[in-house]
Design a binder for this molecule. Sequence first.
Ligand SMILES: Nc1ncnc2c1ncn2[C@@H]1O[C@H](COP(=O)(O)OP(=O)(O)OP(=O)(O)O)[C@@H](O)[C@H]1O
Length: 236
Amino acid sequence: MDNSIIKITDLHFSYNGLKVLKGVTHSFEKNTLTAITGPSGKGKSTFLTTLNRLWEDVPGAALQGCVELKIAEKWRDVYASSMDIAALRRMVGMVFQIPNPLPMSIFRNMAFPLKLAGVKEKDQVQAKVQEALERAFLWDEVKDRLHSSALELSGGQQQRLCIARALILEPMVLLFDEPTSSLDYQAAGMIEDLLVSLKESCTVLMVSHYLDQVSRIADSRLELADGKLLLSNISR
Ligand SMILES: Nc1ncnc2c1ncn2[C@@H]1O[C@H](COP(=O)(O)OP(=O)(O)OP(=O)(O)O)[C@@H](O)[C@H]1O
C-alpha cells in the first residue's frame, strides 16, 4: 500500500541563476520523521520552503518540477493555480531555527493563527490552545501565566510555544529547520522527545546538523549533496 504523503518529482530550484536543487525526486511517508543533513549553504532550508511555497516572495527565485501533497486521499499539485496558499501553509507548517514568538501574550500567540483560520468561538479557542500546549509539553509550565508576554519565556519554552502554535492548526506535515541549534542540551532534549511524539499525528521533516541527534530520533536520513537528496545511513 502506498503510504506516501508528499511526492516530489524532478524538482529544480535556483536563486538568480544559482542552481540549488538539481532534480530532486523523493517521496515521504506518513507519520515518519526524516532528517535532512548536508554541508552548509547547499539548499536544505530552501528545500523545506519548496514544500509550502514559502520561497515565493524571494526576488529572482525560480522553481521547476512537481511537488504533490496527498489531501483527503487525493494527490494535489502544491503549485497548481487553484491551490489556496493559506490553507497549504496550515497543512504544511514550519518551525524555524530561532524561536519567533510574536510580541504578545502566550495565549494570543496561540489564538492568533486560529483567528486567521476563522476559528472565533471562545470555548473552542480555549480548548484548542490548551490541547496544543499540552501536545508541545508546555501546558504545565505556562498554564498560570497565559496572559504574560511570550518574550519572557526561556529559549526552549519559546521554541515549544512556536511548535504548539504550528500544531494548533492541525498540520499534516511539519517542517523544522534546525529546531534545536539555538538551545542548550536540556532544552534540545525536550524538543527531540516532542518531535518523536509528533509522528503520531504528522509527518515530520527536520533539517539538522547534528548526526547524533539524527541517530537518536530520525527514521531515515537524506543527505543533500550536489543539489540532490540521497538516502544515507543512520549510525545507531
Ligand atoms: N533569499 C535568498 N536569496 C538569494 N540566495 C539565497 C537566498 N537564500 C538562500 N540563498 C542561497 O542559496 C544557497 C542555499 O541556501 P540554504 O539556506 O537553502 O542552504 P542550507 O543548506 O540550508 O544552509 P545552512 O546549513 O547554512 O543553513 C546558498 O548559497 C544561499 O546563499
